[in-house]
Design a protein around this ligand. Structure first.
Ligand code: PLP
Length: 383
């Protein structure tokens, strides 16, 4: 039987925030004293810090990562039934944003080792679309997802985007602090969307998101869209949304941004323990980190044949795990109308049945990671 002490949670947000309580309470108390709840220096201060961190000209805070994706697409001029390519193994927010911007979803399969958008599948799909589809039905943009903390193969994707004149919006919701060939996630496309959902590597204490970009007109358009389409109070150049970044959340994020690199380093140490432990263990295939990438390990994901049985065994041993994601989007009920059946994206489908996310978070102790790895090895050897 497990005592509470033995349990290794999947994520521990209480342990993350308790050492920061005084700093976070100061933000809260400053906001109460100044009644600075909407906009103001907490928001502009965080936006400046985050743009510096991502090394882009602009960061525009919004209400969530989903809104960051949707408003960025709209600011890039994508809507009106235009087609946007993404992958089927992502959180549904990626495709919700495409639909809600008024565009239509196209999928391409992922690479079997990294589970990121496969540039070869993308190229085949584009060649086919541009040969066979009418101009109005051809894709206009790509949304690569930097899943689990590793950037998609952006050089290959950008080459294809240039060849076919497509815009690229990065879904960087899981990639705060990741780098690709020395460049930061979030600074690799026309724009990028970040989520600050509490469990992310940089998480708010509620909902929040941001769009990063070097394009001034995109930044300005997101600023207007997030605030009811007004360029001046009560003067609306378009209809927009209420999706401002909450000032108190911006203040919390500004505090937490100081710790992000240290937290990501700790995640990498945990990942290194897992990596070393699984060397030579044929039954366990960790997601491969492609050359040129430094992952921020939002998740540490392994592939195992007997995934469900392993998850049960680990739970019995007090080790909590996650599934990211158990059913690819093209097979979800809500996307039945897209007309894809089983077998449409075989690598994404296979991954969905084999992936298991192991615990990884900054307050996790290295000996806990070693214990998780040891239990995984012990159980897979008898499954
Ligand atoms: C890949 C991906 N895209 C988008 C989102 C949406 O972010 P949010 O939950 O902040 O709306 C998330 C997070 O949940 C995500 O993991």
């Amino acid at each position: 039987m497990n005592t509470n002490k033995d349990v290794i949670p999947f994520l521990d947000l209480i342990a993350q925030h308790s050492p920061l309580k005084d700093e976070l309470m100061q933000v809260m108390s400053g906001a109460i004293d100044s009644a600075g709840f909407i906009g103001g220096p907490l928001v502009s201060g965080f936006e400046a810090d985050f743009a510096r961190y991502v090394r882009t000209q602009y960061a525009v805070g919004v209400g969530s990562g989903t809104d960051a994706l949707r408003l960025a697409l709209m600011a890039l001029g994508i809507g009106g039934g235009a087609r946007v390519i993404t992958v089927p193994n992502t959180f549904i927010a990626t495709t919700e944003a495409i639909s809600q911007a008024g565009a239509q979803i196209d999928f391409v399969d992922v690479d079997g080792d990294t589970c990121l958008m496969d540039p070869n599948s993308l190229e085949d799909f584009l060649n086919d679309c541009f040969a066979k589809r009418k101009p109005a039905e051809r894709p206009v943009a790509i949304v690569p997802v930097h899943l689990y903390g590793q950037c998609a193969d952006m050089d290959a994707i950008q080459d294809l985007a240039k060849r076919y004149e497509l815009k690229v919006l990065e879904d960087a919701a899981q990639a705060h602090g990741a780098t690709y060939k020395g460049k930061s996630a979030g600074g690799l496309g026309e724009a990028a969307a970040f989520s600050f959902y509490p469990g992310k590597n940089l998480g708010a204490l509620g909902e929040a998101g941001a769009v990063t970009t070097d394009d001034r007109s995109v930044a300005e358009k997101v600023q207007i869209l997030r605030d009811h389409g007004q360029h001046m109070k009560y003067y609306h150049s378009m209809e927009g949304y209420n999706s401002r970044l909450d000032a108190i959340q911006a203040g919390f994020l500004r505090v937490k941004l100081h710790y992000l690199d240290e937290w990501n380093d700790k995640r990498r140490q945990i990942a290194a323990i897992y990596d070393q432990s699984f060397v030579g263990v044929d039954e366990v295939r960790p997601i491969k980190i492609a050359p040129g990438n430094v992952s921020c390990y939002h998740l540490y994901v392994i592939r195992v044949k007997e995934r469900d049985a392993l998850q049960v065994k680990l739970k019995e041993a007090g080790i909590m795990t996650g599934l990211h994601y158990p059913l690819p989007l093209h097979l979800q009920e809500c996307y039945k109308t897209l007309g894809f059946g089983k077998g449409a994206f075989p690598r994404a489908e296979k991954a969905a049945s084999e992936l298991l996310s192991l615990p990884i978070y900054p307050s996790m102790r290295l000996e806990q990671a070693a214990r998780v790895a040891q239990k995984v090895k012990q159980f897979v050897s008898v499954l």
